[in-house]
Design a protein around this ligand. Structure first.
Ligand code: GSH
Length: 284
């Protein structure tokens, strides 16, 4: 309402609509594109709940919407899906000085950076938790019932968003999350640059460390392929399992035999996640 949302594309899908929009993010200080799937049930008198999907390294809003095969069941259940980009973008936004794909553009890690030159734009946590849902809830026929899920960097982002914001999400799940980023190369590279060298400031951005003090024991559903090439070096689901056991936090961690890190894996189990979220989002 009064908000400059520029439509990029619109495609009818499973009776609903997949649309992409461009807008200026005040949080990130740049233009951003996001995707929204509106199921056929969504209307001015029938707002639908929303699943926020956070993608992994190198992704944009497009990967999940095109590859996960989520729209058929989302349309049946009556759930909207919103997929943001994975970092700020644009000519003013610095990327990795070395040009690698695991930091900077496409790799915002869903944190609020504190260090220059990243602090000005890299505030993906505030964007996905606060600015984007407020914009979505003002602009589309959706309710304030929210859930959050994601993959890899975004699977971890989903866990952090839920753990840090009791009451904000009805449910949470993750595919192959970077479960303990303070103790793996991807996380250490990103956190040392975005948050600085003092590791004490990293703990509030690590799901396995946040679990001990979580104010809300929202059950976690996590799927992980056991043939994922990043499993032992980067993802470390055992850290999450141990932290959940120590804290008495409900966790369903499913090791899926033979599956890798790709969207072929995500597409194989997305229906289970959608039903997990629907049970919370559509309950009385
Ligand atoms: N680009 C990296 C892989 C990065 C990667 O696997 N990214 C995951 C998230 S961590 C992804 O979703 N990639 C995009 C896709 O599969 O559509 C490589 O070439 O090794």
């Amino acid at each position: 309402m009064g908000e400059p949302l520029t439509i990029v594309s619109a495609n009818k899908s499973f009776g609903g609509w997949h649309k992409r929009y461009r807008h200026h993010s005040t949080t990130l200080g740049c233009e951003m594109v996001f995707a929204v799937f509106l199921p056929p049930q969504a209307g001015p008198d029938s707002p639908v709940p929303v699943l926020y999907w956070l993608s992994g390294l190198t992704c944009t809003d497009e990967n999940f919407m095109q590859k996960a095969g989520a729209m058929r069941l989302a349309a049946e259940l009556g759930i909207a899906i919103v997929a943001p980009d994975t970092s700020p973008r644009g000519p003013d936004v610095p990327g990795d000085p070395d040009g690698s794909w695991d930091f900077g553009l496409g790799a915002g890690f869903y944190v609020n950076a504190t260090q220059d030159p990243w602090a000005r734009h890299y505030r993906m946590y505030d964007y996905v938790v606060t600015e984007l849902p407020a914009l979505i809830e003002r602009s589309f026929p959706v309710s304030d019932r929210r859930s959050v899920s994601g993959h890899s960097m975004g699977g971890h982002g989903a866990l952090v968003c839920a753990l840090r914001n009791p009451g904000r999400y009805r449910s949470v799940s993750a595919f192959a999350p970077i479960a303990n980023p303070t103790d793996c190369p991807w996380g250490e590279k990103a956190f040392s640059r975005y948050l600085g060298p003092d590791r004490r400031g990293w703990a509030e951005w690590d799901a396995s460390l946040l679990l001990a003090e979580a104010a809300e024991r929202l059950p976690l559903l996590v799927d992980q392929g056991d043939k994922d090439g990043f499993l032992d070096s980067q993802l470390k689901p055992e850290a999450l399992r141990q932290a959940a056991a120590a804290a008495g936090h409900p966790l369903t961690l499913r090791m899926q035999p033979g599956y890798d890190h790709s969207y072929f894996f995500i597409a194989s189990f997305i229906d289970d996640h959608l039903r997990h979220h629907a049970a919370a989002l559509l309950a009385g």
